[in-house]
Design a protein around this ligand. Structure first.
Ligand SMILES: [Zn+2]
Length: 115
């Protein structure tokens, strides 16, 4: 009797672990997909910025030194001269559980509600 009860409890724990692993794998895949999407967007932005900078330099709109000065001027406006400008996209807060999610998340990573 004791052994069969223990066996059932072990099976139940095993099923819980399997379900948790499946959920974790789903979240990892979702995060990988978000990373791929972000990499794609960065590459697109890189192309646009390079194209704009090149055409402006070729047209004599500005020199590379003027571009660097303006870039530093814009960079410091968020308080840090760190080679970055803060994104206007903010992390998304879930309306259901009130936790924060990634900027581009479509579903809440905590409760899976649509964002
Ligand atoms: Zn949520």
């Amino acid at each position: 009797m004791l052994w069969s009860v223990m066996g059932l409890a072990t099976k139940r724990e095993g099923a819980k672990i399997t379900a948790l692993e499946a959920k974790t794998n789903w979240k990892i895949e979702d995060a990988r997909s978000d990373i791929k999407e972000l990499q794609h967007e960065i590459e697109q932005l890189n192309l646009v910025v390079k194209s704009l900078a090149t055409i402006c330099q070729q047209a004599g709109v500005f020199t590379e030194a003027q571009f660097q000065d303006l870039k530093d001027f814009i960079d410091i406006q968020d308080g840090n001269l760190d080679g970055k400008a803060k994104s206007e996209l903010q992390p998304r807060t879930c309306a259901k559980c009130n936790r924060q999610n990634q900027k581009l998340a479509k579903k809440c990573m905590w409760c899976e509600a649509d964002l």
